[in-house]
Design a protein around this ligand. Structure first.
Ligand SMILES: [Zn+2]
Length: 60
C-alpha cells in the first residue's frame, strides 16, 4: 500500500522524540542536530524517515 505524505510537512525539522520543531535544520547542510528540548541527537535523514513513518501510521 502506498501512502501519500504531504511534501510540505517539515519532517526533517521535527524531533521525533518530543515534537520540538527546530527551525535551524531548514538549512540542508545541517546533517545532525541535537534537540534543545529533550537533548536527543538526530541524523537529519533518519529523523525525517521516522517522522514520515509516524505520520503514515497516524494517518491510517
Ligand atoms: Zn526532542
Amino acid at each position: 500500500m502506498i501512502k501519500k505524505v504531504d511534501t510540505f510537512y517539515a519532517s526533517g525539522q521535527i524531533c521525533h522524540c518530543c515534537g520540538y520543531k527546530n527551525e535551524e535544520t531548514k538549512d540542508l547542510k545541517v546533517r545532525e542536530w541535537i534537540c534543545p528540548k529533550c537533548y536527543s541527537k538526530h541524523d537529519r535523514d533518519v529523523n525525517a524517515s521516522i517522522n514520515i513513518l509516524m505520520q503514515g501510521i497516524l494517518a491510517n
